[in-house]
Ligand binder design. Structure first.
Ligand SMILES: [Ca+2]
Ligand SMILES: [Ca+2]
Length: 510
């Protein structure tokens, strides 16, 4: 029982390094969680678009031809839609044998999937192999329920470009009480899809215009497919690639940058279901990649404790597809450096901004491929649209005695107030102190009419010491159209607000 305290850590690094009791307990908790979760668990992947030399062929397919069945389907008549497999819970409990289906969605059948045969697919009028094709590959399905995000992602992807969206339904194979069986089925699924893609290329498809979006275990399926195709697939997007059984393994046994021409990865749960480290040409770490705001911190919160962080990767991606979230991420060595305000430079990407999470990442692709593996960090709120408004705050203070404290910064516009606390570590104010901070607000208040700044110390009952704010400059992190705000030489007391009207930095410098 001594190793119980390791439970939280078990998926973080090599599984094999943890004691059997901990492993058994961990799996027990996971399975209990999934049972509690019932019919609505997680796992997914997402889409793409590349302009390639092959894509000009896309238009040749159009809406021409079509059997009576497909025309009926386009009119919403006749044959019913083909839906994602819904596996009974007791089947999942016993374990399912692998069976891979492909469900096709296009702009002509946005809400009505069409099961595509693995052979002779050229006879299916809705499927044009010369169009860009995005495969969406889900992950582990312990209860056998369809992923709740499938319909959202197919529709949103089809809206991005005139493409084939192919949902890889390997629910029979992923729906297993035994996670290890699902892991073993990832390679078999990849072999199946690889053979299908080879048949597509035989019919004129171009690997450049294929995008594999994999969620959790599906990210590794995508990696295996990419590797089997010699790394020539246009793009792989990994949404919180699965960690258990993939930590510490060599690149050929997991998703890595050699698996496609361009690999982008989002991390949201590296301390349990997700994989630690960097797996793509670019790796996005949401809120550091471990835990997500708004997600429960303890098992007593029920089912969402198990899936919330992991599933957030899909929701962030959906939000990006929906164009409702613009989440800019900043190159940095660690999340700690990022929240300490040490990583605000985007010069490497000029004239573009720092990379923005999601489907439209293609515009940073060439630069990222030159840079090598890039790690980028960003913070989010707990709810859509997830975006925080961030400012770099440069201060110079002077005080006679050393003070330790945290900072509370408020923006006011006459009607509303938004506040942020910079309290992730104690800040030291010692005589002449220059400090750079990152202030991230849940609300975007603009224009800012007044600013209040407070240094909170532990000295709540003694005489309050004066601190001089020699200079403060507040610069928007990723909103270059907004000018920085400055003030010089204000006197404040610890634990008291100093409120001032921001001036333009030129003006306050006079
Ligand atoms: Ca690989
Ligand atoms: Ca977590």
């Amino acid at each position: 029982m001594l190793c119980l305290r390791q439970i939280q850590l078990i998926a973080v690094s090599s599984f094999s390094t943890f004691c059997p009791v901990t492993m058994a307990l961990w799996w027990f908790l996971v399975l209990v969680g999934f049972f509690l979760l019932g019919r609505g668990v997680t796992n997914s992947l997402v889409g793409h678009n590349f302009t390639t030399s092959c894509n000009h062929l896309t238009l040749l397919g159009g809406q021409a031809g079509g059997t009576e069945v497909s025309m009926q389907r386009e009119r919403g008549e006749g044959k019913e839609c083909d839906n994602f497999s819904d596996v009974d819970f007791h089947e999942a409990f016993i374990g399912t044998n692998l069976y891979v289906r492909l469900l096709l969605y296009t702009r002509a059948n946005l809400d009505c999937g069409l099961e595509l045969p693995h052979h002779n697919f050229t006879k299916v009028p809705l499927f044009h192999v010369t169009r860009p094709t995005t495969f969406v590959i889900h992950g582990y399905r312990p209860t056998g329920a369809p992923p709740i995000w499938i319909n959202h992602i197919t529709r949103l992807l089809a809206e991005q470009a005139d493409m084939n969206v192919l949902v890889v339904d390997w629910n029979r194979g992923a729906a297993n009480l035994n996670y290890f069986t699902a892991v073993a089925n990832t390679r078999r699924t990849a072999t199946n899809i690889t053979a299908f893609i080879r048949r597509m290329t035989d019919e004129g498809a171009c690997l450049d215009s294929i995008h594999l979006i994999g969620v959790s275990l599906g990210a590794h399926v995508a990696g295996f497919i990419g590797a089997m195709l010699g790394g020539q697939v246009g793009r792989i997007t990994g949404l919180d690639p699965a960690g258990p059984m993939f930590a510490g393994v060599p690149p050929e046994e997991r998703l890595d940058p050699t698996d496609a021409q361009f690999v982008d990865v989002l991390h949201t749960d590296m301390n349990s279901f997700g994989l630690q480290g960097a797996n793509g040409h670019i790796d996005f770490y949401a809120n550091g990649g471990l835990d997500q705001p708004g997600c429960p911190k303890t098992i007593f919160s029920g089912k969402s404790y198990f899936v919330c962080d992991h599933q957030r990767s899909v929701f962030l991606y959906l939000c990006s597809l929906n164009r409702t979230c613009r989440l800019t991420a900043f190159p940095c060595s660690t999340y700690t450096d990022f929240i300490n305000g040490q990583c605000s430079r985007c010069e490497a990407f000029k004239p573009a901004s720092c990379p923005v999470l999601g489907y439209d990442l293609s515009q940073w692709r060439d630069k990222l491929l030159k840079l090598g593996q890039t790690k980028v960090y960003f913070s989010t709120t707990a709810e859509p649209p997830y975006r925080k408004t961030s400012y770099i705050v440069d201060t110079v203070t002077w005080n006679q005695y050393r003070r330790w404290g945290l900072v509370i910064l408020r923006f006011l516009n006459g009607k509303n107030v938004t506040e942020t606390r910079i309290d992730h570590k104690p800040l030291r104010f010692e005589q002449h102190t220059s400090m750079r901070l990152l202030a991230q607000f849940d609300e975007d208040l603009y224009p800012v009419r007044k600013i209040s700044f407070r240094i909170v110390t532990a000295n709540v009952i003694g005489p309050q010491y004066k601190i001089r704010l020699l200079r403060i400059m507040i610069t928007p992190l990723d909103l270059p159209e907004r000018p920085p705000m400055c003030r010089y030489d204000l006197v404040m007391e610890e634990n008291m607000d100093v409120t001032f009207k921001p001036l333009s930095c030129d003006e306050s410098h006079l």
